[in-house]
Design a protein around this ligand. Structure first.
Ligand SMILES: Nc1ncnc2c1ncn2[C@@H]1O[C@H](COP(=O)(O)OP(=O)(O)OP(=O)(O)O)[C@@H](O)[C@H]1O
Ligand SMILES: [Mg+2]
Length: 428
């Protein structure tokens, strides 16, 4: 996919996501406003009912005690302690609120602002809140001779009560948003990973074609020469062409083998033999094979066998390839006079092999990636040094099969140091 299309999609999706979140927040806010309005209405209705009931109670009490007439004349009402206890008032309010679904703690009082007097209260702790934030309902409105008295009600946990009614909706919204954001980032990272993989595969195919082309064309040239009857006459030529064909054929087989091994690693079908092998012998053999290539560049491979026990349990072919790959890299990525050192040491239960070079080195960010399949550190010109990016992936798989460890220390333009630990015995 085109990079611009991906970036455009990301921006579009981000905007859509932010938009959706905005709409969600708006809906929740409106829902909360509606809840609050409902709450206010229920409280109002309940308190109007309470006021009516209180007034009715006062009237019947006045009638019973024959004070009705005198009261009516003066339009005065009885004092509260004559007909209403705090407990009765509390029951009345609770009933009316509960009928309307208002089930949260409340505080109430009857207050006379003119004399700043509390005519009835449950506890004096909420006076300030009741006066400042409470809802007020006038009592005995018809009583025009006394200054107004108010029934005040205050809900200390009003916010929490409204929120608990909304929390279900909030929770679902938050979960949905998290799911969407997670899927979104997962999709984007997958797209980028796939894109990188497809680029690496392209590089690999390019590399492979180049790598295969050289030996193929050398072989075909040699075959052409051999087809020439005049040339075939000379034994010396015949000999050199045949060895050329054999060499190039070996190279081709080696490359095909490398690709096949990687396929086996992928499928988890790498077959390991378990035999006693001597690491010092293996290293000496590999150095013998590589020495000429290093010396051509005026370089040197030095070995220091400090390990006193050099035998381990493992697969000779794979361990040879492992050492070969590391030494081959040390040589390939040291453009000038490679000075390569290979050291073995005994650790408590195995052998540590250190391979050090003075080459181009690997940056911190790349160090994690070089063990990935097909990964090659990007340089200006990737074909400067030939390779498939399979070597270290294979090395890592072999180290893991032997229950060992591999680590790297490297600095750009200074050199690299690979450390491989292989245990004496492979314990599952
Ligand atoms: N000793 C080293 N010094 C500097 N860079 C290195 C060294 N070893 C590996 N690298 C970097 O790590 C990359 C991966 O190495 P790896 O051996 O897996 O692949 P390769 O050498 O490119 O190809 P091949 O499959 O032929 O080995 C290399 O392309 C190179 O950029
Ligand atoms: Mg390599």
């Amino acid at each position: 996919m085109n990079r611009r299309i991906i970036i455009f999609t990301i921006i579009a999706m981000t905007i859509a996501l932010i938009g959706l979140m905005g709409i969600q927040i708006y809906w929740i806010q409106s829902a909360s406003a509606i809840k609050e309005a409902n709450f206010r209405r229920s409280v109002n209705e309940a308190m109007v009912k309470v006021v009516q009931k209180v007034e009715r109670m006062e009237k019947s009490k006045a009638m019973l005690t024959n004070q009705y007439e005198s009261m009516l004349n003066f339009n005065r009402h009885l004092t509260y302690d004559n007909f209403l206890t705090v407990g009765a008032m509390d029951t009345l309010i609770k009933l009316q609120l509960n009928i309307r679904g208002v089930d949260t703690r409340y505080e109430f009082c009857i207050y006379k602002p003119e004399r700043q007097e509390f005519l009835m209260e449950r506890s004096p702790d909420f006076r300030k809140e009741l006066i400042e934030k409470g809802n007020a309902f006038i009592l005995f409105q018809a009583d025009i001779y006394t200054s107004p008295e108010y029934l005040l009600i205050y809900f200390p946990h009003e916010k929490q009560f409204l929120l608990t009614e909304l929390w279900g909706m909030l929770l679902i919204s938050i979960i949905l948003i998290i799911v969407i954001v997670y899927s979104f980032t997962y999709t984007i990272t997958t797209i980028f990973r796939q894109k990188r993989l497809s680029e690496m595969k392209n590089d690999f195919i390019n590399n492979m074609t180049h790598e295969f082309k050289t030996p193929i064309s050398t072989i075909s040239l040699a075959c052409e020469a051999l087809a020439d009857k005049e040339l075939r006459g000379s034994g010396e030529f015949l000999e050199s062409y045949l060895s050329m064909i054999t060499e190039e054929n070996k190279r081709l087989a080696g490359m095909a083998e490398k690709i096949l091994q990687t396929a086996l690693i992928d499928k988890g079908q790498l077959k390991m033999k378990r035999e006693k092998i001597d690491l010092h012998e293996i290293i000496t053999d590999v150095i013998k094979n590589l020495r000429i290539q290093v010396e051509i560049k005026d370089g040197e491979i030095k070995r220091r066998f400090k390990a006193t026990i050099s035998q381990i349990e493992g697969d000779k072919v794979h361990v040879t390839n492992l050492v070969y790959n590391l030494l081959d890299n040390a040589n390939k990525y040291s453009p000038k006079k490679p000075m390569i050192r290979i050291i073995t040491e005994n650790a408590s239960n195995g052998i540590v092999i250190t391979i050090e070079d003075n080459g181009i080195g690997i940056g911190k960010n790349e160090q994690k990636k070089i063990f990935e399949k097909l990964y090659r550190v990007p340089t200006g010109n990737i074909h400067e040094v030939r390779g498939f990016g399979l070597g270290l992936n294979y090395v890592k798989a072999i180290v893991e099969e032997h229950k060992g460890r591999i680590s790297i220390e490297s600095e750009v333009n200074k050199g690299s140091k690979f450390k491989v630990f292989l245990p004496f015995t492979i314990k599952e």
